[in-house]
Design a protein around this ligand. Sequence first.
Ligand code: ADP
Length: 633
Amino acid sequence: MELSRRMSGVSVRPWPATAALLYLGLFVAASLPSARAEAVERSRRGELKRVLVLHSFGREFRPWSEYARDIKSELERQSRWPLDIQEHALLTARFNIPGPEAPFVEYLHSLYQGVTPDVVLSIGAPAARFAQRYRAKLFPDTPLILTAVEDRLIHRAGLGSNDVVVAIRNDFMAAFENILQVLPDTKSVAVVIGASPLERFWVEEVKRELKPLDGRVELVWYSDLSFEEILKRASKLPPGTALFWGLMSVDAAGVVHESDIALRSLHAVANAPIFSYQEPFFGDGPVGGPMHLIAETSARTVRAAIGILGGAKPASINSETIGFSAPRYDWRELRRWGISESRLPPDSQILFREPNIWERYRWQMLMVAAAFLVQGGLISGLLHERRRRMVAEVESRQRLAELAHANRYSAVGELTTSIAHELNQPLGSILTNAETAELMLSANTPDINEVRQILADIRRDDQRASEVIRRLRSVLKKTPFEIRDIALNGTVREALGLAKAVADGRRIALTYTPLTTDLHVRGDPVQLQQVILNLIINAMDAVTDADAGRREISVSTLRAGNQAEVRITDTGPGIAPADLAKVFDPFFTTKPQGMGMGLAIVKTIIEAHHGEIVAANHAAGGAQFTMRLPIAG
Ligand code: ADP
């Protein structure tokens, strides 16, 4: 097929191209004798080493192709000399009825006349047999290395002092015991071995060697079947069957199976596990077991070749027969056939293990895990920080509440005289009215209407006194800082009510101008009252101290955007410009008996309500304090 394609290619090639090729051919042919002479010369000088490789079936037949490939690359790697490796394949080994070998021998003879190789390497049994048979004619004095050849196929009588054998030994019993070890339920094994003379030899050998298994396991022979038929049968095997892959170079139909296609096709269709004892097949379907390793044979062959090329006597190089290595298994096949790793011999090696997600993305997963850890750490750190802040906030509010409470006591202390006065007034009226009523009732015809009027007055005075006490209580009540909806106008009025008596007593005009619509803010009403009270006490102090006649304090509530505003303006002397920035500082005072905590507490309370407070001086004189709080909702 390949040949006919190439030939047809030549026949359709246009004339100028053909002419060019012809010319090139003539040129190459003309230069050949000189190249050959130079090669001979270099070889004579010991610079170039010539290696002749003889393949058994062809260059791409497994298992030998894999041995040859490894030997060649190792040889090239280890050689101190430039190498000329020439390869020939013994095609006659392919035919089930071998044809004449003479023409091939003649061809090699004419090719190597006068340019004998430095070493001849035969790969596999057919090539070994050929080399031994024709060496006297072809290369009588050239050292010969027979490699990758099974012990039983070596013609020992024909070996001489110029020969090295790298032999291997197939242990079919060990191979089958492996099958029964890993799959103890196996009842029958179908043996895949081809039909070339070499393969037929092996069929007989396997039969002979496995005699002890008679009765234990049934052996089915496929050597008389075409590979097509083998595939059909392998796809319908009964349970408890295994396939043994020996060799498939040429099938019973005479079809040659090069490369790895045959094994792969079998693996694709087979409904039973495949076993083989050759590393070159391992990885393409077989489950595994004890096997011949390429590297072992290749290393010994290369060592022998390098020794010979360096001048060592072949007879001095001895090589023992190589047996199976420790068992190897294909992880993918173990999984496919449900073979537990515990069934494998202790020294086995498992290859082709597919990494699990963790093994495959180890670094990525580690990075992600690290990122999660860092993130988790940060989050918990932040949460901890947040918690600490909340605890600190609660604590500071509590402290503020306590401080504010103490401050209220001192404010109320300042108001005591006028509060007492405010209480005295209704109490005094009540007493006078009660005495008057008594007198009226002792008359002969008491004026009942008048008495009723007096009693109403008594009741009104009593309510007035009760109101003073209620206000006092409410402002002195020790409550924790609590946030709720507050009607600002009412809260301011309540505070003013407490200060009213003092203002009256000091002849201060205290006026209140609330915004007509009510303003709602969120906060603690007691604390906001305290703010107003503190500011009014300060204003009263300021206007009292003032020499000038006008004693006025005006309080108003307004709306400024989305903020509620309370302004407290007085007609006192105002605040010295240098002190404006300091009045809210703790312990700042200009009063002989002052503590300097009033405004500091005011500012703290306002800020705890998310508001602000500023102090300023009026152009007309007097101070003005403006506090702003966010309007609720
Ligand atoms: P104290 O009243 O104990 O001095 P405050 O913190 O209430 O403490 O006030 C601090 C200072 O601010 C006062 O000493 C005074 O100098 C000044 N101040 C406060 N309010 C007024 C005001 N209405 N007019 C003038 N100065 C004021």
